[in-house]
Design a protein around this ligand. Structure first.
Ligand code: DC
Length: 219
């Protein structure tokens, strides 16, 4: 698939930040698929749906409208929810929602349609393996758990909010476990994805590495 870049990796590896900048540089659309799972989770909270009721969650995923604008902002039934999907409550339930097969089927179909009609940088957990295995370029971004927790901690502190490093680290470790051990489309590296360990790299260094690879591949 030409003009399609797929990026996977664990929470906090820098995928979304990098994907956004890469999309800007290439003039592609950025699609953060984690945001889509978060939007379904937010809709469930708003509709008081019990997280054990899988069928209801699948029906909900089918019935809601999720769209992105050209800046990568996400809209749920027309309302901008870019900020609302990042709360602790959504964090706590999103892995559960993302583990439901029917929910994944609905969102994967949407993601594949979006990649058919746009030049995209798409990031998530199963993009290189399930959603877009034929993407022109595939990357797996990772970083140590401590570094990922440090980044999240600094991100929260920068907003002048209270943050507890150990709690953040445990929460990321919990999500790593749920995302990699779940039955349907677990997080794993595609055999042909280029792995980039971002632990000791700046954002610019990661971007430069990726651009070099993309330009090299296209020659
Ligand atoms: O990247 P994130 O933290 O916004 O992702 C939120 C959750 O959604 C996380 O638990 C993993 C899950 N997810 C997924 O299962 N498949 C994707 N393609 C993207 C995210």
């Amino acid at each position: 698939m030409k003009n399609v870049i797929a990026i996977d990796g664990p929470s906090g590896a820098g995928k979304s930040t990098i994907a956004k900048l890469l999309a800007k540089r290439l003039n592609y659309l950025h699609l953060d698929t984690g945001a889509m799972y978060r939007a379904v989770t937010l809709a469930a909270i708003k509709n008081n749906i019990d997280f054990n009721q899988k069928n209801k969650l699948v029906e909900l995923a089918k019935s809601i409208d999720i769209t992105f604008d050209e800046n990568g902002e996400i809209f749920l039934n027309g309302k901008n929810v870019t900020g609302d999907i990042r709360t602790a409550e959504v964090n706590n339930h999103v892995s559960e929602v993302a583990s439901i097969k029917g929910v994944r089927e609905v969102l994967v179909e949407k993601q594949q349609q979006l990649a058919q009609s746009n030049m995209v940088v798409m990031d998530g957990r199963d993009i290189t393996t399930v959603v877009l295995p034929e993407a022109e370029h595939k990357f797996f971004l990772t970083a140590s758990l401590a570094e990922r927790a440090k980044r999240r901690y600094q991100e929260i502190k920068a907003k002048d909010k209270e943050a507890d490093f150990e709690k953040i680290k445990n929460s990321i470790a919990r999500r790593d476990k749920l995302d990699s051990e779940r039955k349907h489309s677990p997080l794993k590296k595609a055999e042909d994805a280029v792995i980039i360990d971002t632990t000791d790299l700046s954002i610019d260094q990661v971007l430069d590495k990726m651009i070099t690879i993309i330009e090299g591949d296209s020659r």
